[in-house]
Design a protein around this ligand. Structure first.
Ligand SMILES: NC(=O)c1ccc[n+]([C@@H]2O[C@H](COP(=O)([O-])OP(=O)(O)OC[C@H]3O[C@@H](n4cnc5c(N)ncnc54)[C@H](O)[C@@H]3O)[C@@H](O)[C@H]2O)c1
Length: 299
């Protein structure tokens, strides 16, 4: 498991441990946190873009399967630091694939992005829509997908919509739900970029984890969208949060951010049709679960 100390990765680790798997995590702790990680997971601190460090840490360990989750994930930062993003996302994926083969794994589940890879999606994109990434982050994730596709392993690429749920970082960029909940908790103003009409497809973390564990255990191969097929604007999100938590502290307007698409939404029909996955948690329910877990909503 790469990136297992991060938001998504640590939830995947929890699910794998719960089903009785032994889990080795490779993470450089650059955005992940040791505190996220169940101590039963075997943490090896290494940068995936450094092949010799990966080989040193993993040695001759045998593994059955690899979940590749580690990445730099910030759209705006990727525009300022393209070399870093290419090295970690493209170079790192190449190294992870080479290491996966060397360690004898038969399957790799590659965590990709639907939100940043399709570009503008006036209609929620299915997997046949040509990719049109608007940021370096999306561009390099698309290049990493190609590497995974051309490997000789059983490979499943999951193009995830915007994930939300407990443990998501409230600082840095991204994770608007976590950021808003953090503001609510601290009584600080919420920042609204642009006019709040940006739409995203928000998928609950537990649903995403189920897609990963099913992909690991099954026989599927190829690329699947993992999202709800429902686009929600920031304004709608605020009104759903307000319905659960009461009115927000206050709202501060800020200019629209570069490399933002207006509407990012994925169509998850293929995953359902092929018996891999379907979304289960409605947004209001997921928001309630997240707010309760983060101590914003006292249940
Ligand atoms: N959060 C979302 O909404 C979302 C949406 C679509 C796709 N994704 C994808 O999900 C994956 C996990 O994202 P997340 O939101 O949990 O972010 P995160 O930052 O919490 O997790 C990324 C993890 O990778 C580790 N990492 C980063 N660079 C590394 C390197 N060079 N070597 C080793 N470890 C490294 C970090 O320390 C961290 O633990 C990423 O691949 C991301 O592209 C996330």
């Amino acid at each position: 498991m790469t990136g297992g100390a991060g938001f998504l990765g640590s939830h995947i680790v929890d699910a794998l441990l719960a089903q009785g798997d032994d889990v080795v995590v490779v993470d450089d702790l650059s955005t992940g946190d040791r505190a996220n990680l169940d101590p039963r997971a075997d943490l090896r601190i290494a940068d995936i873009s450094d092949l010799s460090a990966l080989q040193r840490e993993l040695g001759t360990h045998r593994v059955d399967a690899v979940v590749h989750c580690a990445a730099k994930t910030k759209v705006v930062e990727s525009m300022a630091k393209p070399e870093l993003y290419e090295r970690v996302i493209v170079g790192g994926t190449r190294n992870v694939l080479e290491t996966t083969r060397r360690l004898g794994a038969r399957v790799v589940v590659n965590i990709s992005t639907g939100g940043a890879i399709y570009g503008e999606t006036p209609v929620c994109a299915d997997e046949n829509v040509p990719v049109d990434p608007q940021s370096n982050y999306g561009r390099f994730k698309a290049a990493a997908e190609k590497l995974v596709e051309s490997s000789d392993l059983r490979a499943v690429t999951l193009r995830l919509a915007n994930i939300y749920g407990p443990r998501q970082r409230t600082d840095l960029e991204g994770g608007v739900i976590a950021i808003f909940l953090g503001c609510w908790k601290r009584g600080e103003p919420l920042t609204m970029f642009g006019d709040g009409s940006y739409e995203r497809d928000y998928v609950y973390i537990a649903d995403v984890v189920e897609a990963v564990t099913t992909a690991l255990g099954g026989t599927h191969a190829g690329t699947f969208n993992i999202g709800t097929g429902i686009a929600t604007s920031v304004k709608q999100l605020l009104s759903s949060l307000s319905a659960i938590l009461g009115p927000p502290p206050s709202i501060r307007a800020a200019p629209a951010r570069p490399a933002e698409v207006l509407r990012a939404c994925v169509n998850p029909t293929k995953a359902a049709r092929e018996g891999l996955w379907h979304p289960k948690t409605a947004l209001l329910e997921g928001l309630r679960l997240t707010a309760a877990a983060e101590g914003v909503l006292l249940s």
